[in-house]
Design a protein around this ligand. Structure first.
Ligand SMILES: [Zn+2]
Length: 360
């Protein structure tokens, strides 16, 4: 099986391949059924978890896919390639690896970035005992982001307003307003939710079971849609005080949304918080690998169109089908060179993570 053959065309295919690869390695897989929704083909949806290494390991590397649903085509391919290319067969006795396949299986199956409740999971991990933010910047752009039609006058007017907004305030301000995360418009994009989602609760339970008693937790959460084609940016998402350690592990390649060095705007409620809070005594070195696909505005427009489709449109229509294709293309470049770039970067980064854990 070649590298590119370990990527998949659907969630169902990806899950079958992941489970088969785990079986080939003799691994037991925990299957966490999402009882809130079904897949695009009516299939059951699972977050599947495979652990490699000793039960009492004090160091753990977590590699996760599909936090953003359709971005899972990439992350799943990486996880299956790690299994099928012999990775983790000689782990140190104090180290375990956890592969979490499809943090957001609904979005993966339906080729959406969000979950079954239109929630962006990477904005959902916050403390809901505290008041939710007002997100004034998002309120300003919501109407232009989600027009009443996608191929008529409302869309045309929205595009004019977006162009004017960017001309006045700049693209970084627009990106931050749109993508930073918001808890005010349930039908909007980058909606973080108003309570912990199924994936949030399930991921926390998984992290508690597998990492609660560890001394050091490293996370690689695999994403797509920002940055240059096929390039994997290492976005450091833990406590900034430990950015130096991450840069030591990853040869000074880490960026940070907080200091403006990343292609990502600063965001709140990312999934690493759900994991690290379950391992309170551990050091945390958490990184998102963000692989580029197509141009940022094309990605944002695909996400806007997808959101419009689920709020106002008909998925079976010609326009609906075109939008779904555009969304898929925004998440996943179905080309051999892209997949090989993804894998080259991924296995290098995984090896660096394990080397970093070994010296920590
Ligand atoms: Zn993502």
């Amino acid at each position: 099986m070649s590298i590119v053959d370990n990527f998949s065309a659907t969630y169902a295919e990806a899950r079958d391949k992941f489970l088969a690869a785990c079986e080939e390695r003799g691994l037991t897989v925990e299957n966490h059924l999402n009882d809130q929704a079904k897949g695009a083909e009516g299939e059951d949806l699972y977050m599947d978890v495979a652990r490699i290494g000793a039960d009492d390991a004090k160091k753990i590397l977590i590699v996760s896919s599909a936090t953003h649903g359709g971005e899972g085509f990439c992350g799943s391919g990486v996880q299956i390639n790690l299994l099928r290319n012999g990775f983790f067969s000689d782990l140190p006795a104090d180290t375990a690896v956890l592969l979490i396949h499809a943090v957001n299986p609904y979005g993966f199956s339906h080729v959406r970035r969000v979950n079954e409740n239109n929630i962006d999971l990477n904005r959902n991990f916050r403390n809901y005992d505290e008041p939710l933010p007002d997100n004034a910047a998002y309120r300003e752009v919501h109407e232009m982001i989600v027009p009443a039609d996608w191929d008529g006058p409302a869309r045309a007017e929205a595009e004019e307003k977006i162009a004017a907004y960017i001309a006045e305030k700049g693209m970084p301000a627009f990106q931050a307003a749109v993508t930073g995360g918001q808890h005010v418009e349930e039908t909007g994009i980058f909606f973080g939710g108003k309570e912990a989602s199924w994936s949030n609760k399930t991921l926390r339970a998984v992290a508690k079971k597998h990492a609660e008693n560890t001394d050091h937790l490293a996370l690689l959460d695999i994403h797509t849609g920002l940055g240059p084609y096929g390039f994997g940016e290492l976005i450091y998402v833990s406590d900034l005080a430990n950015l130096g350690r991450a840069n030591d592990w990853y040869d000074n390649e880490c960026t940070s949304p907080e200091d403006g060095s990343s292609s990502s705007a600063p965001v709140t409620g990312t999934m690493n918080f759900g994991i690290t809070e379950m391992a309170p005594n551990a050091e945390h070195t958490c990184v998102a690998i963000e692989y580029g696909t197509i141009e940022l505005m094309d990605v944002l427009n695909a996400l806007r169109a997808d959101n419009w489709l689920y709020v106002h449109g008909d998925i079976k229509s010609e326009l609906g089908q075109k939008i779904k294709k555009d969304v898929r293309d925004a998440f996943y470049c179905d080309a051999d060179d892209w997949k090989e770039m993804i894998w080259d970067r991924a296995h290098t980064v995984v090896s660096k993570a394990l080397a970093g854990l070994a010296k920590s």
